[in-house]
Ligand binder design. Structure first.
Ligand code: PRT
Ligand code: ZN
Length: 283
């Protein structure tokens, strides 16, 4: 049976379980042990520290894993990166004390940089021929400059408020990260098939995020104009109304462009516009 490793607790745990739940896979809470048999799909869920997920997947102890791209890149184990999952986004950045007049990467030559991600940082500096002194520390990296351990830090940033409250300025964004689905290379045929079924579910969930289902009544002579405003999956659906000369038009619109499109549809005569949540989009 397919086995997936997810974070036992921490920032990615809830959304990993949430994604599984949206895919119809329920993992019994409460009796949370190391391994739990899920319902709704032939799947075992292995709860681990995020640091251990890449290796566990590389070794084939778990066939799949949900973990931050930052961990995958740092650990460097041979795993297949299957898909981005659209949550847990953050970036790995270099930051220096506010008082530094930063002019570019040359600042780091010979300087001490504290980080929990020495491998990613070493690669970044090597590619740019910067010989900095990388100090590996676990946890509370942001206090290193203030206590005199380092001249700069390389750490995860999301809102940026941790940097601000520690008197640090983000100067280089090195890696953009989010939760990713990783897989053991060379999964056997049966498991590969199960994994692609799971990915099919994940994909349709991700595709439907931020999409709305829109219905409206429209004078028939405006169909061409309205169609040009509506992307839809292939093209909008048009159904006749009992009232002659009118039709009902259905389409899928991205949340970002929703209001702008609705204004324009109203302007050409659309009425009774309904906007509905979209649960899944299967192409
Ligand atoms: O116990 P375990 O080892 O499993 O968990 P952990 O403590 O190592 O990781 P956890 O749960 O903190 O984070 C898991 C993953 O979430 C990370 O590997 C990232 O991929 C992702 N992620 C997303 C983040 C953040 N956003 C984040 N903001 N991980 C950490 N942070 C921390 C960061 O270290 C810094 O201290 O939040 C602070 C910065 O946040 P802002 O918002 O102030 O900029
Ligand atoms: Zn960790």
């Amino acid at each position: 049976m397919l086995r997936i490793a997810i974070q036992a607790k921490g920032r990615l745990n809830e959304q990993s379980l949430g994604l599984l739940a949206e895919a119809g896979i329920v993992v019994a809470e409460g009796k949370r042990r190391l391994v739990v048999r899920a319902e709704g799909f032939p799947l075992e869920v292995l709860f681990l520290r995020d640091d251990d997920i890449p290796q566990t997947v590389a070794m084939g102890v778990a066939d799949l894993g949900i973990v931050g791209l930052n961990e995958v890149e740092e650990r460097g184990f041979p795993v297949e990166r299957l898909m981005n999952l659209g949550f847990g986004s953050c970036r790995l950045s270099l930051a220096v004390p506010d008082k530094v007049a930063y002019t570019g990467l040359d600042y780091f030559r010979g300087r001490r940089v504290a980080t929990s991600y020495p491998n990613i940082l070493q690669r970044y500096f090597s590619e740019r021929r910067i010989d900095a002194r990388i100090h590996r520390i676990e946890g509370s990296v942001e206090i290193a400059p203030a206590v005199g351990i380092s001249d700069a830090i390389f750490d995860i940033v999301s809102s940026g408020s941790t940097l601000i409250s520690n008197g640090l300025t983000e100067v280089e964004q090195v890696l953009h990260s989010e939760a990713v689905l990783i897989g053991t290379p060379d999964l056997e045929e049966g498991k590969r098939r199960e994994a692609s079924q799971l990915m099919f579910r994940f994909n349709s969930i991700l595709e439907s995020r931020g999409m709305k289902y829109v219905l409206m009544n429209l004078p028939e002579e405006k169909i061409a104009e309205a169609t040009a405003l509506l992307p839809g999956m292939r093209s909008p659906t048009i159904l006749p109304l009992a009232q002659k000369g009118w039709c009902s038009m259905h389409a899928v619109i991205g949340e970002k462009e929703l209001w702008e499109r609705i204004e324009r549809l109203k302007a050409i005569g659309a009425e009774g516009i309904l906007v509905l949540a979209l649960e899944n989009m299967i192409r």
